[in-house]
Design a protein around this ligand. Sequence first.
Ligand SMILES: [Zn+2]
Length: 277
Amino acid sequence: MAEFVKVFNMKGFDRHSTPRWQMVPVSTTDKRWVALRGGAGFTITNSDAAVVSCTEINKSALPPGGELQALQSGDRILELKGLAKGSARITATKGSEAVHLDINTKEKKTVRIVFNFVEDSASPKHKTTRVPASAGQWIKEMNYIFNGQANVWLENKAARWVTAPLNLGSTITTTQSGTGEEAHLYPLGETADCNYFFVWKMDITDQAGDEDAFAEGKNIVFEDTAGAQVTETMSHELGHVLGLADHYIDARKRELMYGYTDARGVHLGKDDVNTIH
Ligand SMILES: [Zn+2]
């Protein structure tokens, strides 16, 4: 039976959606590739050639580098180029058999981020152990998650120390619905699409468990011990700023928005990418 499979990892292919799905940037240079497996003799059609172009190419014409998947000898490689924002369906048919690939094309979305490293005015002062010098590597690792899969580009607008004008104590506390001490942090931020506030320790006092981080509006409060996989946890919180919800379905553990820290993966599926834009 014929099926569409991904050619490169982390490039916005979702095999868990039905039909399978591919994100394609609207770009003349940032293309995507999928393979039609078991598709010898199939006729390939494209529902909207104004949205995406679909051209069959030889394997040898694939670009070098990237996380190339193991391909099979009969795989037919399709090159996809986004021409305008929209949706299209690629269909392969042979006799009564038909297999589909749904496509959404996405414009590049730039998200400007400010990393605020918090200290307070206590004596001695409380301060995060994280440092601005880490921001460059974080942005790189977070872009690995967001660029290829979602055509979202994270920009490091600033990474700097900020000082809260009071003693915030050994734990910065807040509540689920109310406003807590984060009210002293948010004014320290800068105009951006997202402000991270790195703090020593935070807790949501009316919620069970020991929280490490939370997102509210464009702000993320993130403590020193949040997640062993730091940029994955940071990316997860950014997912919330971009409008994504947690999910707790075991079958989606591979995804970034799986609700449990350090148990999740880095994939963004069709629904999440479409929610972001
Ligand atoms: Zn979450």
